[in-house]
Design a protein around this ligand. Structure first.
Ligand code: ADE
Ligand code: ZN
Length: 324
């Protein structure tokens, strides 16, 4: 099964570039930029990756991102991720980035996106893969900060395939950003949002009804509301599920307890993704392998995840046909 998963051409729709920062690169960039890390070495960073919940992870994740300062840093981060997943036979990936994580520390928006896009172009040429970039607002920051970020993004509009919403979910419902996402739609962007990772089914409803998302990132909490599950199934909207992330962040105690079988049984449009692979113990192959082993999934089901991802990807019809 591992060989089959490796050879399967895969599409990733839910990965945070800042979450691909491996401890080795974190230390390299810290040294290059004279940033002091609160860990003596790579091993102790890895040992610290035991999380209670989403917030306990985010604290480490935002701290790790402090080593990213120069355009070249964002290039190196992105290029390392793309080279790595190209070797796993990922043929298309849509990556989240969180500009506010960097602009709040004084790093200009253009430095962040400039480095990321240069790496995307180089990796596309080197590996024949395709990429897309999704800008996420941090939902624990203010509406005003999201509006500022949107304004900074406008000159880069043609390089951003969608706008999303991430970070600490509980207490920050989608409706908090209703007005910002009106502007996002007016600007012609496509929309996704993290909803129902830890937060209640109501947040998924808000993402659908208020933000008018085209995909729900995570969405696993939908099973708490059978009517919502029916609605999601009927609409065919894609859920970007991240199995290893859900276990690492204690949404489910073990992979055996994950509700993926229930989601599949309900006829939902499911894809499998890595979220923050440097922190959660694996990239696309590891996520696919984990669910295949836990639930004894057959090849057709795994191929189905990829087919769903191709159909839900924000790509032109020519590329979609080529991927199918
Ligand atoms: N940012 C990075 N990873 C995240 C996750 N799993 N949920 C919400 N925000 C995130
Ligand atoms: Zn995520």
């Amino acid at each position: 099964m591992r060989d089959f998963i490796q050879s399967l051409p895969k599409v990733e729709l839910h990965v945070h570039l800042e979450g691909t920062l491996e401890p080795e690169l974190m230390f390299q960039l810290a040294e290059r930029n004279g940033v002091k890390l609160p860990f003596p070495d790579v091993e102790s960073v890895r040992a610290a990756y035991e999380f209670e919940d989403l917030q306990s992870f985010l604290n480490l994740y935002y701290n790790g991102a402090c080593v990213l300062l120069e355009e070249q840093d964002f290039y190196d981060l992105t290029r390392a991720y793309l080279d790595r997943v190209a070797a796993e036979n990922v043929v298309h990936t849509e990556m989240f980035f969180d500009p506010q994580t960097h602009t709040e520390r004084g790093v200009p928006f253009d430095t962040v996106i400039g480095g990321i896009l240069r790496a995307c172009r180089d990796a596309e040429a080197a590996h024949g893969m395709s990429t897309g970039l999704i800008l996420c607002f941090l939902r624990d920051l203010s509406e005003a900060s999201a509006f500022d970020t949107l304004e900074a993004a406008m000159p880069w509009r043609e390089h951003i395939v969608a706008i999303g919403l991430d970070s600490a979910e509980t207490g920050h419902p989608p409706e908090k950003f209703a007005r910002v996402f009106e502007e996002v739609h007016n600007g012609g962007f496509r929309v996704v949002a993290h909803a129902g990772e830890e937060g209640p089914p109501e947040y998924i409803r808000q993402a659908l009804d208020i933000l008018r998302v085209e995909r729900v990132d995570h969405g696993v909490q939908c099973t708490g509301d059978p009517e919502l599950v029916k609605r999601l199934a009927a609409s065919g909207i894609c859920l970007t599920v991240c199995p290893l992330a859900n276990v690492k962040l204690r949404v489910f105690d073990t992979m055996d307890d994950h509700n993926l079988p229930q989601l599949l049984q309900a006829g939902l449009n499911i894809t499998v993704n890595s979220d923050d692979p440097a922190y959660f113990g694996g990239y696309m192959n590891a996520n696919m392998t984990a669910v295949a082993e836990a639930f004894d999934l057959d090849r057709e089901t795994l191929r189905g995840f990829t087919r769903n991802a191709i159909d839900a990807a924000f790509i032109g019809e020519d590329r979609r046909r080529a991927l199918h």
